[in-house]
Structures are given as C-alpha cells and as structure tokens.
Design a protein around this ligand. Structure first.
Ligand SMILES: *Cc1c(COP(=O)(O)O)cnc(C)c1O
Length: 388
C-alpha cells in the first residue's frame, strides 16, 4: 500500500510548508492549511460588497456542512463556543438546571453552561479517553435532580461511545449536545459526529482540522431549534421594520468573508482527514517498538479524523519530551487538563475515576499539520526515540 502518497505530493508542490516558511521553520501542532481557493472566494465577497454576517457564502457554507454531514439544518456562528451557547439557550436550559459534560475537554465546551447560569457536573473518561457511559449512568442515578442535558466531546477527532450515550439519554429524557468541535468528518457506523445528538456543533477556529480563522456551526435535524438559534444569534430581533425586542439575544453570526474561507476549506476536508490519518499511522509505525507508548484508541465501528495524534508514556515524563522537542523548534503539548482539576471548578460536582487525570499526567499531543513533510515528522520521532 502506498501509505505515504500524500507526503510525496505535498513535498513536490510549490505550496509546501507555507506555514513553516512564515514561522521560521517552527513545526506547529495544527496550523491553518489553506487550499488556494480561499482568496478567490474572498475576492468574490469583496466584489459583491457583502462584507456582513449574511450573504451568499454563509448560505453556501451552511449548505456544504449539511451535505457533508447529512444533518438537516445548519447555522453558521462566530465560534464553536457560541454554537454551544445557542444550543443550551434553545433547549431552555437556565438557572437551577444541571448540565452534565465531559470533564476531559477544552473549556469552550463548558463555559456556555456558566453563561446560562446552569450547573455543570463533570463526567470522567474510560479507556476510549472519551466520556464513560458507565459513569454517566452512575451520575444520573446519584444526582438528587434529573440532569437536563449532556454535552459530550469527541476528543482529538475520535468518536466517543456515541450509541451507548444516545441510548442512555433517550431512556432518561436527557438532551444530548455533541461537541464535535475537533471531530468534523469523524464517523461512527458511517454516521457523522455531531449528527447523533439533539444538537451538534463544529468549530473552525485556527487550530482545527479546517478553519475559517474563527467560527462555528450549529447543526440539528430539528428545524424549529435552528430557527430559534438564528433568532437568538441575531440579537433576538422581532420581525418588524423597526427594531423591536421581546427577548435578548447575541451577536453570534458568522461573517460572509469568513464563510468564504469555510467554503474553500470544505473542498479539501477529505484530503485533510486523509493526511491527518496518515500522520497518525506514521507516528504509530515509527514508534511501535517503544512499548511504553500508547496511542489514543479508535473505538470499534468508528473512523476518527485524527485531528491531533496523541499518546501517553508509561515511564517517560512527558514534559521532558515536550522540552526536548521545543529545542528543535517543534511544538507539542500536554493533553487537556480535565475540568474537575481546574481551579475555576474546584467546588463543582464531578464523577471521576482517575482516568483523565492520568491521561493529563502522562500524555502529549504531537504536531499534526496536514502540510507536514516526512522529514519533519522523522525529526519528531527521532527525538522521542532518543528519550524513551
Ligand atoms: C475548539 C473547541 C471548542 C470551542 O470552539 P471555538 O470555535 O474555539 O469557540 C469547544 N470544544 C472543544 C472540544 C474544542 O476543541
């Protein structure tokens, strides 16, 4: 199998490593990787003068996410965090409501719960690194009050045990919001991450698998919710000629310029995923002799986008690896620090089992830029081999 075909193609092209030329050869974790069509589409936006949070490209971007993921309704937003906030708002979640959430995640997944004055309760991971369905059940049984919703994160582009989670939500009448910020294009039994829950969100922040520099998308099969979300995302403006308001909303829509970037990025999403998966395969093969290294698993029947290659060390101190890589101008990072370990949430209820804490202590994210060369990846694996 010609596993490294994409590497060869990238290496011979003129656009190679554009991000590295700009950044003094620094190898970043996940820098933006443009397709070439972004500027063309932005020029079209400027010609039409729709430099606004509406316009042709916003519609096109929403359409393309719809077609790609198979969801029925979409709303482009200013960020993934904004999309989660809108999801909670349309579900009517507010003061005195409990929202369960993955503890092993990025804080953008959680702060919208605080914006709504609701109460977060954190759930730990299992061997999948993602949310433990077992602890989720335990939380439902032990909490004095029924949680209204669960926000589950598909971390690093890898699917959580979504069909078990959907089942538990259904049995208990709990809304499911999928934080697929990192997992656009990941599938479970060929169904896309973000489309299993009542609502799902994607992020197009600068570091994600594709980017609009900043932006997000709210998706659902429920037309009413997406309509409501659009209303709240545009300052809850009532349908009058003048500005009339019965409720308050937000300024959360995506700009037409950024949507133009998104449309161009969607054209190469499958290439980016293919490349990210090849990067993972390369690391895995190169480091297969080091027994203490374990990679983030892929659950059965799923295909992740491998946004970042992540691994844990059994003996080696990950900070030692990070520092050593830093010396050769390579960015790497510890895994997410669980929410229940954050000072901000020191008084927040959590159902933990030590799994995500251990992952945080032993794991790192490796640079996974989709325009990386084989030589650059070898630099990384050589360094890790030296240390371990
Ligand atoms: C990036 C990210 C978010 C937030 O998305 P933004 O577009 O940056 O607001 C939320 N959750 C997870 C897991 C993320 O990685």
């Amino acid at each position: 199998m010609d596993r490294l075909s994409l590497f060869k193609k990238t290496n011979s092209s003129k656009e190679v490593n554009a991000s590295r030329e700009i950044s003094n050869n620094r190898l970043f974790l996940s820098p933006p990787h443009m397709s070439g069509n972004e500027q063309k589409y932005i020029t079209e936006v400027f010609k039409s003068n729709y430099i606004a949070p509406l316009g042709e490209f916003v519609n096109r971007f929403e359409e393309s996410i719809k077609n790609y993921t198979g969801t029925r309704y979409t709303l482009a937003t200013s960020s993934g965090t904004a999309a989660i906030h809108l999801a909670l708002r349309v579900l009517g979640i507010g003061k005195n409501d409990i929202v369960l959430a993955s503890t092993f995640t990025f804080i953008g997944s959680i702060v919208p719960i605080l914006y709504q004055n609701a109460t977060p309760v954190f759930i730990d991971s299992d061997e999948s690194w993602n949310l433990s369905p077992k602890l989720f059940k335990k939380a439902i049984q032990e909490l004095p009050k029924k949680p209204k919703a669960l926000i589950v994160t598909h971390l690093y582009g890898q699917m959580a045990k979504i069909d078990e989670i959907v089942q538990i939500c259904k049995e208990n009448g709990i809304y499911l919001i999928e934080d697929a910020a990192e997992s656009l294009g990941a599938t479970y039994k060929d169904k896309h991450s973000g489309t299993f829950g009542d609502l799902g969100i994607y992020s197009f922040n600068g570091n994600k698998i594709i980017t609009t520099s900043g932006g997000g998308m709210l998706v659902s099969d429920n037309e009413e919710w997406i309509k409501r979300a659009k209303f709240y995302a545009t300052q809850a403006r009532e349908p009058f000629l003048h500005y009339e308001h019965k409720e308050y909303g937000y300024n959360y829509r995506m700009s037409n310029i950024l949507a133009a970037v998104g449309v161009a990025q969607m054209e190469v999403l499958d290439d980016r995923i293919k490349k990210a998966r090849e990067i993972f395969e390369f690391y895995k093969n190169e480091l297969s002799n080091i027994k203490e290294i374990k990679f983030m698993p892929e659950i059965e029947n799923s295909k992740g986008n491998r946004w970042l290659t992540t691994l844990t060390f059994e003996k080696t101190d990950p900070l030692k690896v990070i520092n050593k890589l830093e010396k050769i101008n390579v960015e790497s990072r510890p895994l997410w620090k669980s929410m229940h370990l954050q000072p901000l949430f020191k008084d927040t209820l959590h159902f933990s089992n030590g799994v995500s804490e251990k992952l945080f202590q032993t794991g790192i994210c490796l640079p996974s830029p989709t325009d990386v060369s084989l030589e650059e990846l070898k630099k990384v694996t050589r360094t890790i081999k030296q240390i371990c």
